[in-house]
Design a protein around this ligand. Structure first.
Ligand code: NAP
Length: 354
């Protein structure tokens, strides 16, 4: 059996010398190296930005939530199969992003170090944009929630993180929450008792989990506020009683966000601001709502490093800005625990995403 590199560089075909994620083409032969894990894949949870772009390009501008015809579904399948045939992985050529998968461990290399056993049901928590993948057949698609059931196999490298799927919740439910696991886990780390916290995009999937975790950590002496994108998602968060205050505002309007933050905190601004939106140009609303020496956590993938850095400097704000690394220690356990602890949140996730 051939020896593998922990990061999977042995699978890179082109360009040579890069890691599997930035590579254009990787080797997706399903014969494992000595430190790899072979997975029988059940479902792909394609990254939201990636799936939206695939649908748009395959179906004449349609969205995943539109009524899709049989021809549309076939066109999406063809695009997905084409991506994997070309790259050996499901890395969207237009957005560069991947997603994650769930499946069952089929084989483990003798040099692999870890607790996995053959037969374990797992969710990989590393991106599909670096995961060697073979799709034999696309069986079913749930476009509105970016999930695609397939017959196929994938490889997990030694360095690849994963979560064993819990037995006390449906796979689809766990998968949808684990997709954004970094956000509530970072909230758990960042928020201290008594702090004032603002979650922008608080009515969305990662936002709701962050509100729950922030409220738990800030406690009764803290203040947790949900800044939603619309009345609908504001009502969604309010119905679950996840925050101390709620409003909705266009987060690209930085000055209005600042005024609202001043009003809600008696001019103090927030200790921690968590950005969970899925659109561009919300960096300044997050920065202006944060007090000096406070912290902004940019979970949103639409965040621009340049806009955040130059924007903060431009308004003379000394704030800590954290890049939304999707991984932090214990992220899967913290996220699944949110769903176990809050029945309303769990039911909403079941209804909306599972
Ligand atoms: P989501 O459920 O779609 O939530 C996004 C929220 O943004 C929605 O609730 C939406 O509000 C709100 N929003 C949209 N436009 C807005 C505006 N102009 N002003 C204020 N709010 C606005 O998405 P998600 O799954 O939580 O993901 C959120 C972000 O995290 C995405 O950018 C995603 O790419 C990123 N992400 C990052 C990682 C990572 O590792 N860092 C991993 C997964 C996902 P309405 O519902 O009211 O429209």
């Amino acid at each position: 059996m051939k020896k593998g590199c922990p990061y999977g560089t042995h699978r890179v075909i082109s360009p040579k010398g890069v890691l599997p994620q930035p590579a254009d083409v990787i080797d997706n032969t399903m014969e494992i190296y000595d430190n790899e894990v072979l997975i029988d894949v059940k479902t792909l949870n394609v990254d939201s930005a990636s799936f939206t772009e695939i649908v748009r390009r395959s179906c004449n501008g349609k969205k995943p939530t539109d009524d899709l015809t049989a021809e549309d579904i076939q066109a999406i399948k063809d695009t997905m199969l084409g991506i994997v045939a070309k790259a050996g992985k499901h890395k969207n050529p237009w957005t560069g992003s991947g997603g994650m998968l769930i499946g069952t461990v089929k084989e483990i290399g003798p040099a692999y170090v870890g607790d996995l056993k053959v037969g374990d049901k797992i969710a990989t928590l590393v991106s599909l944009s670096l995961t060697p993948l073979v799709i034999e057949e696309i069986l079913e698609m749930r476009p509105a929630i970016d999930q695609v059931d397939i017959k196929g196999q994938a490889i997990l490298f030694q360095s690849g993180i994963y979560a064993v799927l819990p037995e006390d919740m449906e796979e689809g439910l766990a998968l949808s929450a684990l997709d954004v696991a970094g956000a509530p886990a970072q909230a758990a780390k960042l928020v201290q008792s008594g702090q004032k916290v603002l979650v922008i995009g608080g009515g969305g999937k990662s936002g709701l989990l962050c509100l729950y975790e922030a409220k738990k950590r800030a406690g009764v002496t803290g203040l947790v506020v949900c800044a939603a994108g619309s009345q609908k998602s504001e009502d969604r968060a309010r119905s679950l009683d996840l925050a101390d205050a709620y409003f909705h505002l266009d987060a690209t309007d930085a000055v209005s966000m600042y005024n609202k933050a001043m009003e809600l905190t008696d001019g103090e601004l927030f200790d921690v601001v968590i950005n969970c939106v899925n659109i561009e140009n919300t960096e300044m609303a997050s920065i202006l709502a944060t007090k000096d020496e406070g912290t902004v956590y940019f979970f949103s993938m639409a965040t621009s490093f340049t806009k955040a850095a130059l924007g903060a400097e431009g308004v003379g704000k000394d704030v800590n800005m954290i890049v939304g690394n999707g991984y932090t220690k214990g992220h899967a356990a913290i996220t699944l625990q949110c769903l176990r602890e809050h029945e309303g949140l769990r039911n909403l996730f079941k209804e909306m995403y599972a």
